[in-house]
Ligand binder design. Structure first.
Ligand SMILES: [Zn+2]
Length: 72
């Protein structure tokens, strides 16, 4: 018997909606970073742009950009 039970829970729980907007350009946000207790939202473009700097200071990093690839 070949019981291969894959239990990969690497899927991100999506919680950003169309109401969440990028702090830089106002596009729909797909990345949320928590910095100094406040949450910053970014679209995929700006999330990538600021990722390096943000990750250094952010206490949490939430990335839903995978949704973009799925949604097409
Ligand atoms: Zn943006």
């Amino acid at each position: 018997m070949n019981a291969t039970t894959e239990r990969e829970t690497s899927t991100v729980e999506y919680r950003l909606t169309a109401m969440d907007r990028c702090d830089s350009c106002g596009a729909q946000a797909y990345i949320a970073a928590e910095v100094n207790g406040s949450e910053l939202l970014f679209c995929a473009h700006h999330g990538r742009k600021y990722e390096e700097k943000l990750r250094a200071v952010a206490t949490s990093w939430h990335d839903e950009t995978a949704r973009l690839a799925e949604a097409v």
